[in-house]
Design a protein around this ligand. Structure first.
Ligand code: HEC
Ligand code: HEC
Ligand code: HEC
Ligand code: HEC
Ligand code: HEC
Ligand code: HEC
Ligand code: HEC
Length: 329
């Protein structure tokens, strides 16, 4: 898929500090925790993002006779030029989406258009590559080489999931997923009205799953392949019999204001015991240890992207293609 050569680069996680000062005086603990999460950094100014900090010093190439890409740091962002023979087109990258857990995709402005960049940065691989969901191969024209044009509606939803407040012309006012996004009413509350804001911890489990699902998705995008839906945690979780209990929420396993704990299966295995007594369930000794290893498989959907199938079940042979199943760690 990424046969075309993309330059190597070194990763350095750089985080621009969000401003949650309206809350920090009274909620210092939550603020400190949240500011360290990837959600808080889901959208970054280009120059502060790992993408912008690791620009390749050699041009990147689509393939031997495709477009080349040249990047340079400017005052107001990262400049990009796509070139092929006599053809060239320039774009400006002001914003980069994704904190860098797996991928980072810039938005490219050229003329009147905003594009989803054709080139993304994959920090885990220390590599630039074609953006997930876009075709490999040679671009049909220079603009297509810079990226895929976003209709205003697509751009709006893209930013609505990766930032907190937007102006009508789609300039983000607050980058990343910040306090007010999960605690509607918090601004007024911070001004001392005495009314507490929404606390998603007090929603019923199904309502909380739908709340987080507004971004993590309860429904797949229309053009998505079946297999790709595995990455939508709420959609998958809702298929589980555990979810039918009405008591399984996102926060049952993910404490608020925290990232997922990668490579710490026991943290999650503990959570199963709240509802299941493994000793009485499994007669086979092998089945008592790593619950999530067997019941929440880890899947690789792209050379750079791994997710956890949140459909908790007994995974039957052939349920998922062997080629995408991975061990954690
Ligand atoms: C002047 C101090 C103050 C500021 C500023 C403040 N809070 Fe609070 N907040 C409180 C107090 C006191 C409580 C507990 C009493 C209550 O529920 O009203 C609380 C409760 C909460 C709760 C829990 C509500 C519930 O029902 O469990 C949330 C969530 C919250 N605040 C979020 C925020 C956010 C987000 C901000 C910033 C936009 C903020 N607060 C700013 C004092 C403050
Ligand atoms: C406004 C949209 C939005 C809402 C609402 C939202 N998320 Fe997220 N979440 C994101 C985005 C975007 C990311 C990806 C951050 C990144 O890596 O750039 C993310 C990432 C995460 C991660 C993974 C972080 C990591 O890489 O380890 C967890 C866990 C998570 N969210 C849990 C939740 C939970 C639980 C809720 C509900 C209480 C929730 N989210 C609500 C948008 C949202
Ligand atoms: C419906 C909400 C939604 C929309 C629309 C959306 N995203 Fe995301 N995006 C998310 C969530 C949630 C995650 C976290 C995925 C996870 O870790 O499970 C994410 C993750 C990412 C990542 C990081 C992948 C990783 O895990 O490191 C990138 C890059 C990204 N989005 C770019 C974009 C771009 C560019 C657009 C618009 C063209 C867009 N997103 C539109 C919700 C959204
Ligand atoms: C992605 C969603 C999300 C974001 C963003 C977020 N919170 Fe929360 N917050 C939650 C959830 C979920 C809970 C409920 C935790 C629980 O009860 O398990 C919570 C609970 C709280 C509480 C109540 C704590 C308690 O002991 O009951 C406070 C206060 C709070 N958050 C403040 C903040 C502040 C301040 C920020 C920004 C710095 C913030 N939150 C950002 C999801 C979020
Ligand atoms: C909030 C409670 C709760 C939690 C937490 C929970 N489950 Fe469940 N789970 C249930 C209920 C209820 C059922 C359906 C009745 C039964 O089989 O016991 C169920 C069913 C199952 C089944 C059978 C599925 C099927 O399709 O027949 C498996 C496997 C399972 N759970 C594994 C797990 C694992 C692994 C964890 C931890 C990652 C977990 N559960 C966490 C409540 C829960
Ligand atoms: C029964 C426990 C459990 C519940 C409930 C749960 N998760 Fe997870 N989640 C996990 C485990 C286990 C991982 C993988 C940790 C690792 O990398 O080893 C994970 C990882 C994630 C990630 C990182 C990307 C990925 O897919 O690996 C995101 C984002 C996430 N969960 C969001 C959510 C959201 C949103 C909800 C609510 C709809 C939710 N989770 C409910 C156990 C759970
Ligand atoms: C080595 C893989 C493996 C591990 C580890 C494992 N399971 Fe299972 N589990 C299975 C299989 C396979 C089944 C289907 C029934 C059987 O063969 O016993 C199952 C069945 C279940 C069921 C449904 C039982 C029923 O009566 O329908 C639940 C609930 C469950 N497991 C929970 C857990 C929990 C909780 C843990 C961790 C303490 C765990 N499992 C660890 C493989 C595993």
């Amino acid at each position: 898929m990424r046969a075309a050569l993309f330059a190597l680069a070194v990763s350095a996680a750089v985080h621009a500090a969000p401003s949650n000062t309206a809350c920090s005086s009274c909620h210092p603990a939550e603020t400190k925790l949240h500011e360290r999460t990837r959600m808080a950094h889901a959208m970054l100014p280009a120059l502060a993002s790992p993408f912008g900090q690791n620009l390749p010093d050699q041009p990147l190439h689509e393939s031997s006779n495709g477009y080349s890409f040249v990047y340079r740091r400017l005052q107001n962002g990262v400049g990009v030029t796509a070139l092929r023979g006599e053809t060239r087109v320039d774009g400006l990258i002001e914003w980069v989406l994704g904190a860098g857990a797996q991928g980072e995709t810039p938005l490219v402005r050229t003329g009147e258009d905003t594009l989803e960049s054709r080139v993304s940065y994959f920090p885990q691989l220390h590599q630039y590559g074609i953006t997930v969901g876009q075709d490999a191969g040679v671009s049909p024209n220079a603009q297509a080489a810079l990226g895929r044009k976003q209709k205003p509606h697509d751009l709006e939803s893209c930013l609505a999931c990766h930032s907190t407040a937007l102006t009508p012309d789609l300039q983000p006012l607050i980058l990343g997923v910040q306090c007010e996004r999960c605690h509607p009413g918090a601004e007024e509350h911070a001004r001392g009205t005495g009314k507490p804001p929404l606390n998603p911890g007090k929603l019923t489990a199904p309502d909380q799953v739908r709340f987080c699902g507004a971004c993590h998705r309860v429904k797949p995008p229309v053009d998505d392949a079946q297999l790709e839906n595995l990455r939508f945690q709420p959609l998958r979780l809702m298929k589980s019999r555990c979810f039918e209990s009405g008591k399984l929420a996102c926060t049952t396993c993910h404490p608020a204001h925290s990232d997922a704990r990668r490579n710490d299966p026991d943290f999650y295995n503990e959570k199963c015991h709240a509802c299941h007594d493994a000793q009485t369930l499994h007669t086979d000794q092998r089945k008592t240890g790593d619950c999530i290893g067997c019941h929440m498989p880890y899947v690789q959907l792209h050379p750079a992207l791994k997710f956890t199938d949140h459909f908790i079940r007994t995974v039957k042979p052939g349920d998922l293609p062997q080629s995408i199943l991975r061990q954690r760690g």
